[in-house]
Every structure is written in C-alpha cells, then in structure tokens.
Design a protein around this ligand. Structure first.
Ligand code: GLU
Length: 297
C-alpha cells in the first residue's frame, strides 16, 4: 500500500479542548495513517455551531502539536463549506422531504429509540405535511423494510462484520436541522469524499452512524472508506468522556505520560519509552504489528 492509497483523518468537534478520550481517537487514526505511509488530515467539525466553544479549535491544534502529531495538507473547517453540503442535499432530490414534527410528537409515537439514542421517526410527514404544520427539518427517506438496500453491512477493522436495518433501527433521519444547520451525517460524508479519505479510524460512539453514512455515500455515488471503530474512554458512570461528563484537560506539560495512557487504553504493548521520539517509535511498531494490512509494499 503506498501513500496514494491511504488517506486518513482526525475530525474533532471544537466543543472543548482535547481530552483523554479524544486523544485515543487521534492517536489511533494517526498511528494507522503513519504505519500505512499514508496522509493524516485534520478537519474541524464545527458544523453544529451551537456547540462550538471559542478558542477550542486552536487549543486542539496546539495540543496535537505538543504530542508530535502533525497533519498533512490544509486544515478543513466545516462551517466554511456549507455550499458543498447544500449541493449534496440538492442531489438527493425528493428523497429529502420537509418534516414538521417536533421532538415531542416523535417521542409520543413510541416507535422506540433508534440506534443513536434518538426516537425512531414514525414517517408522519413522509407523504406530505398535515395541514397547518410548517416545515422544521429536512429528512432523508430510508428504504422500505423489504427493499434490498435497507440492510447495510460493513466489515469493521476492529469489530468485524456489522449490519443495520435502516427502516427498523434508524428510520428517516434529519439532514437539515430545525435550527437551520446541516446535520453531521451529511457533512461528514461530503467531506470524507471531498478529501478523498480512504480509511476512517474513530471511536465506537460513532459506530451506529456508520450505516447511515454508507447509505448516503451510495445515494450520492461516493466511495465507502474502510472503517475502524476503537473503544471509547468512559467515566465511572459508563458515559463517554467529554467535557460535559467531567473529562479533565490533558496535562500538556507531560505529553509522554498522556500518550502512554492513551496507548495503554488501546492495549498497545510498549517498552516504557522515555522520550516522545521513543514513544512514537514503539507505538508505530506495536500498531504495525497489530493492524497493518498484510499486503505490504
Ligand atoms: N466530529 C466527531 C467527534 O468529534 C467525529 C466525527 C468522525 O470522526 O466521523 O466526535
């Protein structure tokens, strides 16, 4: 595999500084790109502008530099790319429909909770909005339960084969939100294709989104990258670590200690490196041993 065949990326949301959880995703995606002699791109996923914390993107970039993780190419920023998302939505034509339902109305229909924790949409506005209901969101139609493309499978490089039935487990999902922002699902698919990303390495918190993203790739005629979902760091209550769930900021005065902790979490067997250089040498070797594609260059 040569460099042209591997483009990876790290795509943090600037809702807070890098923490122990996001460092694990950064480290895994970085190691995977480097052992494949690939590129490692950086994308600031600030598409949900309501969650953007001023200064967080710069703090993340600074921290990555302290750890010795340097990106290839220009940094892409989602909030500056809205025309691309608009163009992709146009291509979806009438698979997208305006929906007037509120969250409460959807929850009241009691179809159950979708894989990502949101209530499954009962399809109320699929064939037109009820009189007097104004459009709040744009939803993407998923296939009917008996359609061949309703069931989407992929082979995760960490977890193995996984399948999701969109109609039953997800339902029609929002691509343009009630507050006017494009949804993450659309932006991430457009950006990964535009940046020619071939390999995605990220946390299992995004596992349940993957089939939706593959569905969108297929509708838009875009290639599907290889996926690897690595375990996410959780707090004592089992919640994914984030600023909201009490993640402590990383200690940038001791980057080796923080990297070592992230590597331990990924069960990389290192030999107590005493310097950042030593860490990277060891960590590359350990990752290479475990995950590099067998067809070496
Ligand atoms: N922006 C997402 C996050 O910070 C990551 C999205 C992705 O890797 O696809 O959780």
């Amino acid at each position: 595999m040569n460099q042209a065949h591997y483009i990876g990326r790290f795509a943090p949301s600037p809702s807070g500084p890098l923490h122990a959880g996001s460092l694990v995703a950064a480290l895994a995606s970085y190691l995977d790109a480097r052992v494949h002699s690939g590129k490692w791109l950086l994308r600031i996923e600030d598409i949900d502008e309501t969650r953007t914390v001023p200064g967080a993107a710069d703090a993340i970039l600074h921290a990555l530099g302290v750890f010795g993780m340097h990106q290839d190419g220009e940094i892409v920023v989602q909030s500056q790319r809205k025309p691309l998302y608009e163009a992709a939505a146009q291509k979806l034509g009438n698979l997208l429909y305006p929906c007037g339902c509120t969250r409460k109305e959807i929850a009241d229909s009691r179809l159950g909770i979708a894989a990502d924790g949101a209530a499954i949409y009962p399809g109320t506005c699929r064939h037109g909005r009820a009189p007097g209901k104004s459009a709040r969101t744009l939803r993407l139609r998923v296939p009917d339960p008996d359609a061949a493309n309703d069931s989407i499978s992929f082979d995760d490089r960490w977890l193995g084969p996984l399948t999701q039935q969109l109609s039953r487990e997800v339902g029609d999902f929002v691509l343009k939100r009630a507050d006017g922002f494009w949804a993450y699902q659309l932006a991430v698919v457009v950006d990964d294709a535009d940046q020619r990303v071939t390999h995605i390495v990220r946390g299992t918190d995004l596992l349940e989104s993957t089939q939706r993203q593959i569905y969108l790739q297929r509708l838009l005629g875009l290639p599907t990258p290889a996926y690897m979902h690595v375990p996410v760091v959780r707090n004592a209550d089992g919640e994914k670590l984030s600023k909201q769930t009490g993640a402590l900021p990383l200690d940038l005065a001791h980057p080796l200690k923080e990297l070592q902790r992230a590597a331990d979490f990924l069960q990389l067997d290192l030999h107590q490196p005493e310097s950042l250089d030593g860490f990277w040498r060891d960590a590359m070797q350990a990752w290479d041993h475990r995950f590099r594609a067998p067809n070496r260059p």
